[in-house]
Write a protein that binds this ligand. Structure first.
Ligand code: SF4
Length: 87
C-alpha cells in the first residue's frame, strides 16, 4: 500500500512545474509575503498539477513552504474558513 501511494505521488510530481524551476528559488523556507514566495507562486500559476499539489498539502497538514500556489498563511486561512463553514 505504501509503495502504491508513493508511486501515485511520483506520478503527479513528474508534471510539477517546480521540477524545472530555478534552483535558487527556496520553496520550503520562503516567508509569506516575501519576494521568494511571490516567485514560487508565479511558477505555481503555470503548473498543470497545481490542484493536486494544493490538495496534498491541505490534506497532509503541510506547515511549510509554497504548495499549489499557497503559502502557509494562505493554507491556514483556508483551513479557518473551512471550520467556519462547517460550524
Ligand atoms: S503547484 Fe507549485 S509547488 Fe505544487 S507542484 Fe506545481 S509548481 Fe510545484
Amino acid at each position: 500500500m505504501t509503495t502504491h501511494i508513493a508511486l501515485r505521488a511520483l506520478k503527479w510530481q513528474v508534471h510539477a512545474a517546480c521540477r524545472n524551476a530555478d534552483r535558487e528559488v527556496d520553496w520550503i523556507d520562503a516567508e509569506p509575503g516575501s519576494a521568494a514566495t511571490a516567485d514560487c507562486k508565479a511558477i505555481c500559476r503555470l503548473c498543470p498539477v497545481r490542484l493536486t499539489c494544493a490538495i496534498t498539502a491541505l490534506t497532509t497538514g503541510e506547515s511549510y513552504g509554497v504548495w499549489g500556489g499557497m503559502d502557509q498563511v494562505d493554507r491556514e486561512a483556508l483551513r479557518h474558513a473551512e471550520v467556519q463553514v462547517a460550524a
